[in-house]
Design a protein around this ligand. Structure first.
Ligand code: 5GP
Length: 140
């Protein structure tokens, strides 16, 4: 049995604007922002605006809403970084690699032969801001 949703998680605080984030895109159902410890250039996260711990308690509608945003932002990120492809990650529960317990999808623009960087390294905030602006400029 999983723990219940905790509205004090970092992404819930970002949704309530209690802590800042570099916004890439939002609609009524979803929010997309840059990861502050980016493991690829342009690493960003898509979350539902409604409470949800991870894939295991998500409703079909939350997943559908997130996927629509993932699709939109992934195409923009591929264009913005002239990437060769996209890697999409979703981790559920600690054993699955999840650290923040609000459903999220990682979008990684990928270049052939360039590996994903190790976790836990804080990014340069000016660079992350520039990367957010590059994706925003490529959104259709
Ligand atoms: P998980 O392992 O839960 O799938 O990934 C959580 C992600 O959230 C990590 O990639 C981590 O870098 C990112 N992250 C952690 N704290 C913050 C934060 O305060 N702001 C942002 N934008 N990202 C965060």
């Amino acid at each position: 049995m999983s723990d219940p949703y905790d509205d004090q998680n970092i992404f819930a605080k970002i949704l309530r604007a209690e802590i800042p984030s570099f916004k890439v895109y939002e609609d009524d159902e979803t929010y997309c922002f840059m990861d502050i410890m980016p493991r690829t250039r342009g690493h960003c996260l898509v979350i539902p605006k409604t409470p949800c711990r991870n894939l295991l308690d998500a409703t079909p509608q939350q997943l559908a809403d997130c996927m629509a945003t993932v699709n939109r932002v992934a195409k923009a990120a591929k264009t913005a970084f002239n990437a060769d492809g996209i890697t999409l990650w979703q981790f559920s529960e600690a054993a699955g690699g999840q650290e923040v317990f609000h459903l999220h999808f990682h979008i990684h623009p990928r270049h052939a032969g360039v590996p994903i960087r190790p976790p836990g390294v804080m990014g340069d905030m000016d660079e992350i801001k520039n990367h957010a602006e590059a994706i925003i400029a490529a959104l259709e």
